[in-house]
Design a protein around this ligand. Structure first.
Ligand SMILES: *[C@@H]1O[C@H](CO)[C@@H](O)[C@H](O)[C@H]1NC(C)=O
Ligand SMILES: *[C@@H]1O[C@H](CO)[C@@H](O)[C@H](O)[C@H]1NC(C)=O
Ligand SMILES: *[C@@H]1O[C@H](CO)[C@@H](O)[C@H](O)[C@H]1NC(C)=O
Ligand SMILES: [Zn+2]
Length: 542
């Protein structure tokens, strides 16, 4: 019953949001949103190098099978598609003027070892569904003939699609229809499934997206080595059969002028949307990050014979450091509601600080610890705040060590500035989410005011089925989140405006087989991204 209600809610949204070109496309895109992304995510989740768990690392056999599958789904969505030298899968749907800048969509299809079905894959699959929806709507607007709308078997009670027979995971948009669609688009869509974001094989960051952004070589990544000792350059040469690859890698860079922006949909990987009971949120920034390594040297001794007074216990000092770090950044049971003067009480700067690695020497129950090393990880949307916290914590560490008579050194190992999302893209995503949320989608959104959304519809006619007119569309709360995790959007930010949409996940869990995004949240994410694309690119929608 709930499933039926959700189907009705999705149909209702599409009716309302896309009524401009008539309704015929609804017969196509409604079932696509409901079924295809979820089917494809579960199929992709089975393409793994390991038995019984999910692992796809750079250019592994499963990684290459996944690339072929993604390429095929992009073709089915009406795109030209190809796989580049570094394993990125590209899809392209041109606009009417091939020289006009395109909107770039993307996320990554590699996984961590023992990963889940959604990290990265979600953004690609939702991008394919949204591009297909745009192409269908544009093709019909151009008067193209399409084959019959897709018909899917009903889902079985577990929520998994029962049968994946008969190529049921992807309804095919014919090339002629895609061509007709192009004639109605102000700008094209570029979709890239990035080959490596997690960096498992080369300990790299954003390998795939850096190639597209043109920063892979300058980051020195061709010289990075995998565990077998092979450099990325050697691996690429062998894989491609080319003698030299540097020039080819250079050639993968997209010219900034060819892009109107980059949008990435990603699972939240945190608990905020779930706690606030909303399926989608807009990202305001990807946090900057400082990593540091702290060494504390005390005096090692016999746990039984050295009296308590006069000890220089390195671990006791470390414990004080750990609790100071937590407290300064607003965590722990001591939380001062006024934020202790160092952080804003409302958490808006997304400050998070963690000690995740602590090594005790010699690590025996009958020895006073002589030396401790620990990691510091400090992140915030605000670089100013992050630097202030880092220097405050550094000074506090010096004080703690002086008082305890231990010697300490703090070495910064990594500093990355925060990357802000483009306000225009954020607004477009917010409006797209509002447009989706105006309908009672599984009761997922909470209305915060009853103001009308007339402005957001930009002249589109809102067609509601009979009996629905009386309902006031209410503004909903669309959370604005800081991403504490890095994403491919960070690599693209130097060459184009970027924005991100987060999708609720269960328990905030990721990088685990337990990671889960509800099927209806996947569908609603595809619908929201499609709304964004239609507003941004379909010539008659403005
Ligand atoms: C799309 O545009 C590019 C140039 O930007 C061109 O090379 C390509 O052939 C076009 N694709 C189609 C299907 O027309
Ligand atoms: C760090 O910040 C806290 C809170 O504002 C302040 O009380 C403390 O004196 C600062 N410590 C140092 C060493 O600057
Ligand atoms: C801690 O001790 C090690 C080993 O003796 C030494 O290499 C290191 O420089 C010392 N660090 C500090 C901060 O005292
Ligand atoms: Zn990811």
């Amino acid at each position: 019953m709930r499933r039926v209600e959700r189907a009705a809610a999705l149909a209702l949204f599409i009716l309302c949001a896309c009524a401009i070109e008539g309704r015929q496309h609804l017969n196509y895109i409604t079932p696509i949103f409901q079924h295809e992304p979820n089917l494809q995510l579960s199929l992709l989740g089975k393409i793994s190098d390991t038995e019984g768990s999910l692992a796809r690392t750079f250019l592994s056999p499963a990684h290459q099978r996944a690339a072929d599958q993604l390429r095929q789904w992009m073709v089915d969505a009406g795109m030209e598609a190809w796989i580049d030298l570094v394993g990125n899968v590209h899809g392209r749907l041109n606009g009417s003027d091939p020289e006009a800048p395109s909107l770039l969509l993307g996320s990554h299809y590699d996984t961590v070892l023992d990963g889940g079905n959604f990290d990265g894959a979600l953004g690609i699959i939702v991008g394919i569904a949204a591009t297909k929806a745009l192409a269908i709507q544009a093709a019909l607007a151009a008067g193209a003939q399409l084959p019959a709308p897709p018909a899917y078997p009903p889902a079985n009670p577990e929520g998994e699609q029962g049968s994946q027979a008969e190529g049921g995971s992807s309804w095919v948009l014919p090339p002629a229809a895609a061509q007709a669609a192009s004639s109605r688009l102000r700008g094209g869509v570029r979709l890239v499934a990035f080959s490596d974001e997690e960096g498992v094989r080369f300990q790299s960051t954003f390998l795939g997206s850096r190639a597209v952004a043109g920063s892979l070589i300058e980051a020195g990544m061709l010289a990075a080595r995998d565990s077998g000792g092979a450099t990325l350059q050697q691996v690429l040469q062998q894989h491609s059969g080319l003698g030299q690859v540097a020039a080819e890698v250079d050639g993968l860079a997209l010219p900034p002028a060819s892009l109107r922006g980059y949008v990435e949909v990603h699972m939240e990987q945190g608990p905020v949307l779930e706690r606030r009971q909303v399926p989608l949120g807009v990202v305001s920034a990807i946090a900057g990050q400082t990593r540091a390594w702290l060494v504390i040297n005390g005096t090692q001794g016999h746990a039984g014979t050295v009296p308590m007074r006069g000890r220089a216990d390195a671990l006791a000092a470390a414990a004080e450091v750990v609790s100071t770090v937590e407290r300064r950044c607003g965590g722990g049971p001591y939380l001062d509601p006024n934020g202790q003067g160092i952080i804003p009480a409302d958490d808006s700067e997304g400050l998070v600080c963690s000690v995740g690695d602590l090594r005790v020497w010699p690590g025996a129950s009958n020895v006073i610890p002589g030396s401790v090393q620990l990691s510091l990880d400090i992140r915030s949307k605000s670089d100013v705040l992050r630097q202030r916290v880092v220097s405050n914590i550094s000074r506090s560490i010096a004080e703690i060590c002086a008082v305890r008579g231990v010697s300490c050194s703090v070495k910064r190992t990594h500093d990355a500035a925060a990357v802000l999302c483009d306000p225009g893209i954020m607004q477009g995503l917010e409006q797209a989410i509002q447009a989706v949320a105006r309908q009672p989608w599984g009761g997922s959104f909470t209305a915060t005011s009853s103001s009308r959304l007339g402005d957001d519809l930009e002249g589109q006619t809102c067609v509601l089925p009979e009996g629905q007119e009386a309902e006031e569309p209410a503004k909903v709360e669309v959370p604005v989140l800081v991403s504490g995790a890095g994403h491919d959007a960070m690599a693209l930010a130097p060459i184009t405006k970027m924005g991100m949409m987060f999708v609720r996940c269960r328990g905030g869990v990721s990088h685990s087989p337990a990671e889960h995004v509800a099927p209806e949240d996947v569908s609603v994410a595809a619908a929201a991204l499609a709304h964004f694309l239609v507003t941004e690119l379909l010539a008659s929608s403005r």
